[in-house]
Design a protein around this ligand. Sequence first.
Ligand SMILES: Nc1ncnc2c1ncn2[C@@H]1O[C@H](COP(=O)(O)OP(=O)(O)OP(=O)(O)O)[C@@H](O)[C@H]1O
Ligand SMILES: [Mg+2]
Length: 151
Amino acid sequence: MGSTGAGKTTLINLLMRFYEVNGGSILLDGRDTRSLSRADLRSNFGMVLQDTWLFDGTVAENIAYSKPDAAREEIIAAAKAARADFFVRTMPHGYDTMLSNDTENISVGQRQLLTIARVFLCNPALLILDEATSSVDTRTEMEIGKAMRPL
Ligand SMILES: Nc1ncnc2c1ncn2[C@@H]1O[C@H](COP(=O)(O)OP(=O)(O)OP(=O)(O)O)[C@@H](O)[C@H]1O
Ligand SMILES: [Mg+2]
C-alpha cells in the first residue's frame, strides 16, 4: 500500500526480478534474490495485479495454473474462497468453459477473481497484491478481504 507514485509497482518488479537490482540487494530469508533462479524465487510468491491474464484453456485449468495437479474439489474450494464460484456456475459449461486472454465472456472484475482463486489454490509464502481488487465492486472487495485473512 502507498500513495500513487510511492514505488509499489517498482518494488514488485525488483522483488520478482523483472528488473535487476543494480545497487544494494534484496534478501529473502537471508538469501540474496540474485543467487536464486528466477523459477525458485518466483515459486515463493503469489501475485494478484491490476492487469490480469488468462490463457487458452478452461476456467478450471486457468485457476489451476498455480498447481496443475490440483483436484477438481480443490479448484472449486479456491474459487469459492475467491468469490468466483457463483459466476463460474452461471457460465455455459461451468468450470469447463473455454477462456482465452482476449475473451469477452467474462468481465474485468471476474478475471481478477479468477486470479485471486489461483493464489488461494497455491497458498504461497508471500502474497503480492497490487490493486488486486481494483475492478471488483466494494461488496465483493470486502468479502475477498475477509476470505484473505486466514490466507
Ligand atoms: N522505468 C522507470 N524509469 C523511470 N522512472 C520510473 C520508472 N518506473 C517508475 N518510475 C517512477 O518511479 C516512481 C514510482 O513508480 P511506481 O509505478 O512504482 O509507483 P506506484 O506506487 O506503483 O504508483 P501507482 O499507485 O500510481 O501505481 C514514479 O515517480 C515513477 O514515475
Ligand atoms: Mg503501481
